[in-house]
Design a protein. Structure first.
Length: 339
């Protein structure tokens, strides 16, 4: 199945040796076993594999017998590892502006990560949700706990360190530790085995002004981010394709949604794609082809289900598309892969 790796700043593991030592483990030696020297976790320009980070978090939790290890990492991590992004967020005019800024520039930490404010998944008009996700495939539960835990701490930071009315938390995996451990961290109810990782908070909180915000500092930080980490610095077409693969289904992939995830205006995204020699429709077709091939070759799903999974209206549409892509029928493509 789809499983993509991306780079992430090594600072994401800053503090891991100390946490492991405090819990009775050997942190530096643990990292070295994965070929990582502790010193690089203090280097802002060092990158490592996102998938490796996920494996380290899972292995650390298992080695120590500490099922809430991801939460413990989030609890000790300094949100200012985000560097100029943290400065821009802290000096935004409102909580909502700070979250928009985070969604726009989170790729500075890793192009795998996305963060956006969405409508409440429970349908409460007075509530919105902060949705955290990665585009690497099925994220490890420890990495999800760590990531959403960090988002929670960052929102608290820009809210002045005070509780921000968090209504509830939803996680896409079973409880790894006691529900008390989750409640103690988030200070609210936590629900498990939900479709996505979200923090639910009052809609009106988005308009709360940030005390002490300095517009000049914010503009300097944004200018730095745009000049040194603009979208042109990352493979935009590849990021779009990764998002599209995650979107495939009965509803057609939508340019506006992809633009929102990347923090770009749709026209700006289209221009960047053209600069790289791509069109959005071509990437939709490429993502659909990649996912269809995966489902045909690596599963026994009926072709009608495959068609639905890749966003084609009927099996006949899948048959026509597969003939165009591979010069053969879906059934023959599946037989060829099994020989």
């Amino acid at each position: 199945m789809h499983d993509k790796d991306f780079p992430i700043r090594a600072t994401i593991l800053r503090g891991l040796p100390a946490v492991m030592t405090e819990l009775g483990g050997a942190g530096s030696e643990f990292l070295e076993a994965y070929g990582i020297e502790e010193r690089i976790t203090a280097e802002d320009e060092a990158y490592i594999s996102f998938r490796l980070v996920e494996r380290i978090l899972e292995d650390a939790a298992e080695t120590l017998g500490v099922p809430d290890f991801g939460l413990k990492m989030a609890a000790q991590q300094d949100p200012r590892i985000l560097g100029p992004l943290a400065i821009a967020m802290e000096n935004s005019s409102t909580i909502g502006d700070a979250l928009t800024c985070a969604g726009r520039f989170l790729f500075v930490l890793s192009p795998a990560l996305s963060h956006e404010v969405i409508e409440d998944p429970d349908g409460n008009a007075g509530v919105v949700a902060i949705h955290y996700a990665s585009s690497t495939g099925a994220s490890s539960p420890q990495a999800v706990d760590y990531g959403l835990g960090m988002v929670h701490r960052i929102v608290a930071l820009v809210s002045g360190g005070e509780p921000y009315g968090l209504r509830s938390v939803q996680l896409p995996h079973p409880a790894l530790a006691s529900e008390t451990a989750y409640r103690d961290f988030f200070k609210t109810n936590v629900l498990f085995d939900r479709p996505q990782a979200v923090l639910r908070l009052p809609r009106h909180h988005l308009s709360v002004p940030l005390s002490g915000a300095n517009e000049l500092l914010r503009n300097i930080a944004i200018d730095y981010l745009e000049k040194h980490f603009g979208p042109a610095e990352v493979p935009v077409a590849e990021l779009v394709k990764e998002i599209l693969v995650g979107q495939m289904g009965p509803e057609q992939p939508d340019l506006s949604k992809v633009s929102r995830i990347l923090g770009l205006h749709p026209r700006r995204l289209q221009r960047l794609l053209v600069d790289e020699g791509f069109r959005f429709k071509e990437l939709v077709d490429s993502a659909r082809r990649e996912q269809a091939q995966d489902l045909i070759v690596n599963t026994d799903l009926p072709f009608s289900i495959v068609a639905d999974r890749v966003g084609l209206c009927e099996q006949a549409s899948l048959t026509r598309a597969v003939r165009r892509w591979f010069g053969t029928s879906p059934s023959r493509l599946r037989r060829m892969s099994s020989t």
